[in-house]
Structures are given as structure tokens and as C-alpha cells.
Design a protein around this ligand. Structure first.
Ligand code: MF3
Ligand code: CO
Length: 255
């Protein structure tokens, strides 16, 4: 069952979304050459807590940190560590904040110092994939219309989309129905629900510069590209309305 949020719940989702988006902004500014991913995690953790929220990822299915920080060939779920960022690293940061029982979930990819033109293009296209998907986040469309738009944007730019991890409904739980894939399944195995006002979902393209294949490292979390090429991630929590979709993980100077 896909939940439809009441006006009061939407207000709480906006509040959680704002804190998550502000936390992402703080994290992005900390992506500098020489920073350890643990130092970024700890500062953003403190930011979330000082704004009255909880880091939604910490202890989620046993996840050991407040952020996911995934570098270069790491796609998602990188665990913050003593690793120092190097010039040109492609750094995907995923943040979740929970407050008053509701969650905001968002991510973006940043470059430490100066990046290559290729890295900048990968990041820009990944962001564009989100906005292409968003065009179909409207009453009258189905989840697969979002998926198709995301996939088309990535592939028409010479990139691939990850299959094994998908966007999702988000609200009181981090992962609620529906699943929101970044590709069109043929043959279709998942339900392909119609979008209705009041639904809150996370659209989150994970875009690889090489092949789509991924694997999970021995730590049980870190997802990497099988061919070792770079990957980028961009995510917002959004609300389906009777008009334009509303981005809930919104703040000044969005990445
Ligand atoms: N933000 C991720 C998502 O969009 C969830 C992170 S899962 C965690 O689904 F376990 F790493 F927290
Ligand atoms: Co998500």
C-alpha cells in the first residue's frame, strides 16, 4: 500500500526534508582535498542532531554511520573512514534526517578540488536525470514513466544506470512502497503503480560512466562499479501534488 500524506504529514515531511537538504549542503562544503570522510560524517551528524533531528541512516539495518560517502568507483553506501579525499575525487554523499517521525532523504555528488571535465559531466548528467524523471512525477503518470525518463537521460549521454538499487517511497520509514527504478524492466516484474497526490517518493539516479554492473565489497555495504569506472548519485525526496511536484529536500543554493 502506497501512503498518501495528509496536510499535517506533508508539513512534517517538509521540515525533515529541509534539515536533510541543509545537511547535504553542509556536507558538500566539507568536500575538500585532505578531509577524511569520517570528519565529514561527524560534522554533518552534529549538524543534524543540533537541528533536533536524528540521522536516519545510523543503525538502519546495522549501518554504522550517519552518512554514506562513496568515492569514485564507489556507487553508494560507502562507509565513512580515515580515508582522505584526494584532488579530483568524485564524492557522493547521501543524507537522511528523521524528525517528528518523518524522514527526508537526499544525495548529491561533489568533486574534491578540481575535477576532470569527464567527472563534471557525469555529475551534471546525473542531476539532469533526476530532473528528467521529475517531469513525470505527476498525477496521470506511472512510476515507470519516471524510470524511463531517467534511463533515457543517462543512456543518451553515453552512461548507464544501476539496476540493483532503486528509488523508493519515503515517509515514516526510509524505504516504503513503491520501488522507483532508474530503468524500465522488460519483462516487468514489479508493480507499476499510478502516481497520486500526497505520495512522497525519493527519485535517485545512480549513474555509471562505464558498464551498469556493480558488486558489493567485503564490508557488506560498499557498492562499487564492476569495471572500476566512476559513478555519481543524485537524490531528492519529492511530493506528488495535483500540480507540479514539490521537492521536499530543498534549501538555498541546491546542488
Ligand atoms: N539513502 C539510501 C537510500 O536512498 C539509504 C541508505 S541505507 C543505509 O535508500 F543503510 F546506508 F543507511
Ligand atoms: Co533513498
Amino acid at each position: 500500500m502506497i501512503k498518501r500524506r495528509s496536510a499535517r504529514e506533508i508539513e512534517l515531511m517538509r521540515n525533515a526534508g529541509k534539515i536533510a537538504a541543509d545537511a547535504r549542503q553542509v556536507a558538500g562544503k566539507l568536500v575538500v582535498v585532505g578531509a577524511t570522510t569520517k570528519s565529514i560524517n561527524d560534522k554533518v551528524h552534529d549538524f543534524i542532531v543540533s537541528h533536533g533531528a536524528e540521522p536516519a541512516f545510523l543503525n538502519y539495518c546495522g549501518y554504522p554511520a550517519s552518512l554514506c560517502i562513496s568515492i569514485n568507483e564507489q556507487v553508494i553506501h560507502g562507509i565513512p573512514s580515515s580515508r582522505k579525499l584526494l584532488q579530483g575525487d568524485v564524492v557522493s554523499i547521501d543524507v537522511g534526517a528523521k524528525v517528528n517521525g518523518f524522514i527526508g532523504d537526499c544525495a548529491a555528488t561533489y568533486i574534491a578540488g578540481d575535477g576532470s571535465k569527464d567527472s563534471e559531466r557525469l555529475i551534471q548528467v546525473t542531476r539532469e536525470c533526476f530532473y528528467e524523471g521529475l517531469k513525470f512525477a505527476r498525477v496521470g503518470y506511472r512510476v515507470s514513466d519516471i524510470s524511463r525518463a531517467v534511463q533515457k537521460c543517462a543512456e543518451s549521454n553515453g552512461y548507464t544506470v544501476v539496476r540493483e538499487y532503486v528509488g523508493h517511497g519515503v515517509g515514516e520509514e526510509m524505504h516504503e512502497p513503491p520501488e522507483v527504478p532508474n530503468y524500465v524492466e522488460i519483462p516487468r516484474k514489479r508493480a507499476d503503480p499510478r502516481l497520486l497526490s500526497g505520495m512522497t517518493i525519493a527519485i535517485e539516479p545512480m549513474v555509471n560512466s562505464g558498464a551498469a554492473a556493480i558488486k558489493v565489497l567485503g564490508d557488506g555495504w560498499t557498492v562499487v562499479t564492476s569495471d572500476g569506472r566512476n559513478s555519481a548519485h543524485y537524490e531528492n525526496t519529492i511530493l506528488i501534488t495535483d500540480g507540479d511536484p514539490e521537492i521536499l529536500t530543498v534549501c538555498e543554493g541546491m546542488p
